[in-house]
Design a binder for this molecule. Structure first.
Ligand SMILES: [Zn+2]
Length: 358
């Protein structure tokens, strides 16, 4: 299952222009994490050397493209190339926002994504009291099933082609104009989960992950109909359907002749997502069923159509926290990034975390 993100990877290439210091200082004071970040990085690099991990200084953009004082330095494990990169936080966030959300989205949606991605990242930095993901000793990794997607300058350049300058400027604006801003609940960084498309209603954390969080509760997510993932339909030949489910759940013992009576959705959550499905003599969760058939979401219906089984889904992703397509819909209706974040993360505040660390 995709843990955090949309599969619509859009790419990003840092532009050669310098960020506008005036714009940054107007929206938020620069963060002062650099000394702490450098100390943490030195320690991580020492640990990595001991562990034999490859360490690379990633040239993520034009040298000097970022003001020196707006960013902590973090260690990022590059999952594709099995190496650890050191880079400044806000630089890293540009690559995350570009990878996690289409850069054609509304600017306020991109800003909401930037704040969510920053919050998610800071929760993994020891300098902010967080717990690193720990892959090869790094703070975060580029594996979207563990942390967040990230695209390098080279990857983004080839993806965006002639539109690179336009898209990179939009992403930079979203990241730099919110520099240092994070989402907090009762003063602590939130676990800023997000996903592509909620299918009209997000899901409460405890129905997907182990723990409940007061700010990760089910809310409406209107206006997502424009998402390519709002509705989907997957048709399985009966044989494939049975083979896949019997492989995932051997005790189900599904058979072609009895399939209609063996398969039944037995409970749903209030959001519409499936809570439990009966498969023969076993009952599995909607999440387990989704994983076994690699469905876009756990909000599904099952129909038997001749020799086929049709599974129709609503939404894409786990459904917890911010819906990216919902955020874009809110932005189109005039909501700013703060209103978007406060809609999807119940009861949170937007704070400048850099100020707290001065
Ligand atoms: Zn990770």
């Amino acid at each position: 299952m995709k843990y955090l993100h949309t599969d619509e990877t859009m790419e990003y290439r840092p532009s050669i222009r310098r960020p506008r210091r005036r714009a940054i200082s107007r929206f938020s004071p620069p963060i002062r994490l650099l000394p702490l970040g450098l100390a943490a990085l030195a320690l991580s690099l020492f640990v990595l050397l001991l562990r034999g991990c490859a360490i690379t200084r990633e040239e993520t953009g034009v040298p000097g493209a970022l003001p020196e004082d707006i960013s902590a330095v973090i260690a990022v494990y590059d999952d594709e190339n099995d190496r650890v990169l050191s880079m400044r936080l806000e630089e890293y966030l540009c690559g995350v926002v570009a990878a996690e959300m289409p850069a054609s989205f509304e600017e306020e949606a991109l800003k909401a994504q930037a704040v969510a991605a920053r919050t998610f990242t800071l929760r993994r930095l020891p300098a902010c009291g967080g717990t690193p993901c720990g892959r090869c000793g790094a703070d975060v990794c580029t594996d979207s099933t563990c942390c967040q997607s990230y695209r390098s300058a080279e990857q983004l350049a080839s993806k965006w082609g002639a539109d690179a300058a336009y898209y990179s400027a939009r992403v930079e604006e979203a990241v730099y104009s919110t520099a240092g801003e994070v989402a907090t609940y009762e003063g602590a960084l939130i676990e800023a989960l997000y996903h592509s498309t909620a299918g009209g209603m997000t899901e409460s954390s405890e129905n997907v992950f182990a723990s409940a969080q007061p700010y990760l509760v089910s809310v409406e997510s209107p206006g997502e109909e424009g998402s390519a993932h709002y509705r989907d339909s997957i048709t399985f030949p009966r044989k494939s359907f049975i083979t896949m489910l019997n492989a995932a759940f051997p005790r189900a013992e599904l058979s072609a002749k009895k399939l209609e009576v063996q398969v039944e959705i037995t409970a749903r959550f209030a959001s519409g997502r499936v809570k439990t499905v009966r498969l023969g003599k076993v009952e599995v969760t909607g999440r387990q069923f989704r994983k076994a058939l690699d469905l876009p979401s756990a909000n599904f219906t099952i129909e038997f159509v001749g020799e086929d089984v049709r599974v129709s889904t609503k939404g894409y992703g786990h459904g917890v926290g911010m819906s990216q397509y919902g955020a874009n819909a809110m932005a189109k209706e005039g909501s700013d990034y703060r209103a978007i974040l406060q809609h999807y993360y119940t009861g949170i505040n937007i704070e400048n975390w850099g100020e707290r660390l001065k």
